[in-house]
Design a protein around this ligand. Sequence first.
Ligand SMILES: [Zn+2]
Length: 80
Amino acid sequence: MTVERLPIKPKRTKKAACPICGSPAGQSHEPFCSRRCKEIDLGRWFSGSYAIPAVEPPDGAELEELIEAAETARDVDDPD
Ligand SMILES: [Zn+2]
């Protein structure tokens, strides 16, 4: 028994413009035009300009208070 494979059609790639400089994207560096632009984008990520604002975790004392409060609340909610 032979399994016939459907011919794989090449995906139609839309030439995107480089988000950094606007030049047509290079095949090996998509969506960027070049390695340079790729690295510029990466550098932006690392430098924090794209960073998502994070909620600062509470410090030890605050955390203990929260745990205590949670345990107290649980005791109150407990029907026994
Ligand atoms: Zn570019």
